[in-house]
Design a protein around this ligand. Structure first.
Ligand code: GMT
Length: 374
């Protein structure tokens, strides 16, 4: 098939899923056309089956806000027409599904038509979608899609309860490439970061408020009182300056390292003992899945779809949002030398259930179903 993939190209789960999906489909022989405003972060190589079409927005003094939706729709029309696409798969409802609808209308006037699949990733529903000025647009755009997928059962449930959706929503979980995310031999890293055999805790995100990084730091501070340990914080974003202040206030700066946007995250995960994801909202938790694939157990909140990934008492534990003390106690349980290896093995076994090959086949089957019924 010739498939157009529209996503946010930045660090963030939806862009990562979209890019990895496109790469995997290209390997299976599909022609993939990425349409976005910058080169997707994990698309850093050449493939004969992958094209990248940049959305250019001219800025005029009149525009306080550049009209990205219109520029994107225009680019979609161009790519669908001249690359003869069979399907458009847009990731994140706003504004991608809306632009796809506009592109479809324009194409129909020219006697062309194309099915559009929208994948809901989370914050497009749980946070952005709650904005009253966006609600009607999101509702309309989801209903106007030919196919809709969601990355967890919980997100599907939340979408159906928050919006008036007439479309069937198919759940297709996030996935992990087990040939990239596996426990690598990186013991020299561990010795460098934890020279005295400390335990290594890791968090990775885009440092938005919804990730509750303050909780990560407070949980770490609680663990550190009982078990010598270090914390690596991977990523960057609006919360980082506040978090740097918090670490200094708590007097734990020497054991916490902010390492910024790291591409080879699997190398750090390979030597980690525990991954912390205390999010306020989390539709699935791709970063936790990638950690589990590298044999890292997870302490998470019990929000959203996290319970569909992290099995309580098996691959880690789930606590109520903001329950620092509970997270500390459960972390200490996992980090006990009699427990840790078992949790690591079970985290890996669970991650294998989200193997990229299996999930990509589900997307392919869904594409075929939508194209056949179009
Ligand atoms: O989590 C983020 O901050 C990024 C966000 C996105 O849309 O880029 O991630 C969402 O999509 C991921 C891929 O489907 C999910 O694994 C994340 O759980 C979800 N994030 C939230 O729901 C907060």
């Amino acid at each position: 098939m010739k498939i157009g993939i529209v996503c946010y190209p930045t660090f963030g789960g939806s862009g990562v899923v979209a890019t990895e999906l496109g790469k995997a489909l290209a390997q299976k022989g599909h022609q993939i056309h990425f349409i976005t405003y910058a080169q997707p972060i994990r698309l850093d190589f050449f493939s004969e089956n992958i094209w990248y079409h940049e959305v250019n927005i001219n800025s005029y003094p009149l525009f306080q806000y550049p009209p990205y939706e219109s520029a994107l729709a225009g680019k979609m029309v161009d790519v669908v027409k001249y690359e003869k696409l069979d399907l458009l798969h847009v990731h994140y409802a706003i504004p991608h599904a809306t632009s796809a609808f506009l592109a479809k209308q324009i194409l129909q006037q020219e006697g062309l038509d194309i099915p559009v699949i929208t994948t809901l990733h989370g914050t497009d529903i749980t946070i952005v979608g709650k904005d009253p000025s966006l609600r009607p647009v999101i509702t309309f755009s989801i209903n106007a899609s030919d196919g809709v997928t969601s990355v967890s059962e919980d997100l599907k449930k939340e979408t159906l309860s928050a919006f008036n959706i007439e479309k069937e929503i198919k759940v297709i979980y996030n996935f992990v490439d087990l040939t990239r995310f596996y426990k690598q031999e990186k013991e020299h890293f561990k010795r460098f970061i934890c020279p005295n055999g400390e335990k290594l805790l890791v968090h990775a995100s885009n440092f938005r408020k919804v990730k509750r990084i303050g909780d990560v730091i407070r949980v770490f501070a609680g663990i550190r009182e009982k078990v010598p340990s270090k914390l690596l914080l991977i990523g960057d974003g609006e919360e980082r300056p506040n978090m740097e202040i918090l670490v200094r206030q708590l007097g734990i700066a020497e054991d916490v390292r902010f390492i910024g946007k790291l591409e080879a995250i699997e190398e750090v995960l390979s030597v980690a003992d525990l991954f912390i994801m205390p999010s306020e909202k989390e539709s699935f938790g791709l970063a936790a899945l990638e950690a589990m694939a590298c044999q890292v157990p997870v302490i998470s909140s019990n929000t959203g779809g996290l319970g569909e990934l992290n099995i309580n008492g098996v691959t880690g534990f789930l606590s109520n949002i903001g329950d620092i003390e509970d997270m500390v106690q459960k972390s200490l349980f996992i980090l006990d030398d009699n427990q840790l290896e078992g949790f690591k093995q079970r985290a890996l076994e669970r991650a294998k259930e989200f193997d990229m090959n299996r999930v990509v086949s589900q997307y392919e089957a869904y594409y075929q179903e939508i194209v056949d019924h179009f």
